[in-house]
Design a protein around this ligand. Structure first.
Ligand code: DX5
Ligand code: ZN
Length: 225
């Protein structure tokens, strides 16, 4: 079944533990959006927050590094409790070295590509990655509209990952809602990241997550015969 990774970016930061408790029995991973005000305009959180959330759940931590010079911080995020460390191709001039560093820290290595970045960036590093993150918005903010032109890229990414010798997750991030999730699932994604669709909705988190998985069916109220 498709995995759902709620992004804490849209959670209420004044009560993170409460937010985690609401989702932890329904989500597959927790997605952390780390932004530095350089690679992306926004500034969010650092390893200290990751470390403190680590006390609240055993779910895998999917740490999305939207920062320049990610090599400087890999160890800190690893020590803070990250399970997957995802770096952006656009920030890594020495990507082999960066991915090897993540592996040597004993963590899973992810590669993220922005909407305008070609998929070919992943071709030469397939042996080194555990996850490819195809962005469906330009990173920096939650609640942006899904860029539908990315669907063919997701399909091509699936074909590429199928040629690898080991399983590689295909994660999609940005604008994932109940109306866009089926398109992305059909295109071959294995992990959906969702911020606003989980935390900024009137649905309880379990229902919001079921809707993204495509497993939510309204309970029927058939009259008794
Ligand atoms: C975008 C982040 C996303 C974002 C998704 O820069 O990488 O993870 O939080 O938010 P939604 O699901 O609201 O588009
Ligand atoms: Zn993200």
């Amino acid at each position: 079944m498709i995995k759902i990774a709620p992004s804490l970016l849209s959670a209420d930061f004044s009560k993170l533990e409460w937010e985690i408790n609401r989702i932890k029995d329904h989500a597959d991973l927790i997605h952390f959006d780390i932004m530095d005000g350089h690679f992306v305009p926004n500034i969010t959180m650092g390893p200290m927050i990751v470390k403190s959330v680590r006390k609240s759940t055993k779910l895998p931590f999917d740490v999305h590094l939207m920062i320049t010079e990610p090599d400087r911080y890999l160890k800190e995020f690893a020590n803070a409790g990250a399970d997957i460390l995802t770096v952006h191709a656009e920030t890594c001039p020495t990507l082999y070295r960066t991915l090897h560093s993540i592996k040597s820290l004993g963590k899973k290595a992810g590669l993220a590509i922005n909407p305008a970045t070609p998929l070919s960036h992943a071709e030469n590093v397939l042996d080194l990655i555990d996850l490819l993150l195809v962005m469906t918005v330009d990173p920096g903010f939650g609640s942006q509209p899904f860029i539908e032109e990315m669907l063919p890229k997701i399909r091509k990414a699936k074909q590429l990952l199928d040629t690898a010798k080991h399983p590689i997750e295909l994660e999609v991030d940005g604008g994932i809602h109940p109306n866009t999730a089926p398109l992305v699932r059909e295109a071959g994604a294995t992990i959906l990241v969702a911020g606003s669709a989980v935390f900024s909705t009137d649905d309880p988190p379990e229902v919001a997550i079921q809707k993204l998985r495509g497993t939510h069916h309204r309970s029927s109220t058939l009259p008794k015969s």
